[in-house]
Write a protein of this length. Structure first.
Length: 172
């Protein structure tokens, strides 16, 4: 029987003396007018998970299946708040590789629920890229820091992916 350690990573500039600017991300989120900029894989299920206080009668998507912007923004705020809390928790650490500060959190083995911090980092990739950039994160799809960046976070990372990202950063 084998087990895989699921991990989540998000990159930040190593040279920055400041922490990610979550307030700037929240501010930009309010200016987003297109819900299509969010990358929800299963919009209704993900929105219901992020916004558990919604009544069952709420229409989260329009007639074309597009997420309504008001719910996308509300979910975005939850994602940013969860990410801020996660990066400040004991469940997350970081290491500096090349020009990147990689925030890393690991959840339990495959099949179990990942830790809240791991889920918060995975959820961050659902935000519009402009919001991630406003907070100074590096969603660099040209140079994959991890499998999640190169595949749009469609599958969870494993510890092997993190080791590969570190090796990539070290140039090995």
């Amino acid at each position: 029987m084998g087990a895989s350690m699921l991990t989540a990573t998000i990159a930040f500039p190593a040279e920055s003396a400041e922490l990610p600017n979550f307030d700037r991300g929240r501010q930009l989120l309010e200016e987003i007018t297109e819900a299509s900029l969010f990358t929800f894989d299963e919009p209704e299920a993900e929105l219901e998970e992020l916004l558990p206080d919604l009544d069952d009668e709420s229409n989260l998507v329009d007639e074309n299946g597009e997420v309504l912007i008001e719910y996308a923004r509300r979910a975005g705020l939850v994602i940013i708040n969860n990410l801020e809390k996660a990066l400040d928790s004991r469940e997350t650490t970081f290491l500096t590789v090349a020009d990147y500060r990689l925030y890393i959190s690991g959840g339990p083995s495959n099949g179990d629920n990942p830790t809240n911090a791991t889920q918060a980092i995975w959820d961050a990739y659902k935000l519009p890229e402009s919001v991630l950039l406003a907070m100074e994160f590096i969603p660099d799809y040209e140079q994959p820091l991890s499998r999640a960046n190169s595949r749009g976070a469609s599958t969870p990372l494993t510890d092997t992916d993190v080791v590969d990202a570190i090796a990539l950063g070290l140039g090995t």
